[in-house]
Design a binder for this molecule. Sequence first.
Ligand code: CA
Length: 221
Amino acid sequence: MASSTLFLNQPIYDYLCSVSVRESELFSALRKETAQLEMAVMQITPEQGQFMTLLTRLIGARRAIEIGTFTGYSALSITIGLPDDGKLIACDISDEWTRIGKPYWQQAGQADKIDLRLAPALKTLDDLLSSGQAEAFDLAFIDADKVNYLNYYERCFRLLRPGGLIMVDNVLWGGSVVDETNQNPDTCAIREFNQFVHQDARVEISLVPIGDGLTLVRKKA
Ligand code: CA
């Protein structure tokens, strides 16, 4: 929901990007192509993409799941942090959007790592669980329909190994989480998720105010 990190004024945001973002031409081209779409705000910011690549490498992730791929910028950010034999299962329901990302995945040499599943993500996650893949993943990124956040979270929790990391996007939702007059179902679902994860003793957490707010959740070992 943000085209820059929330609440930073423009000069500070520009400065932050100028001394930290190392976006390649390919990533930049995908971001620019996506920016022409009506739903462009669904794209993660470049500083967030780079942060996610770093986290992927830091935890030594090999197997990852993404829920909500859109045009594939976040998928690319995760896969470049995976080793050559790493895999990302990318869940989305839109062929129209994910199709935009595919040539970029190809050009970046990452297409073989991305297993795109065009289906409701709850079904994909349930299929993974029922085929014995519990605790088989290192990393999950949740960035799809907000009303299902808790459903995605519970399934990802089971799919992750102890010590694995879940990254949950849009947890500040443009700041609307603190506007009590806003009772939109998405906003309410995000508030409910935030409260739940705050109390969840199975995990360690940190809400990082990057992009539109990204909660990092580590499954306790
Ligand atoms: Ca998002």
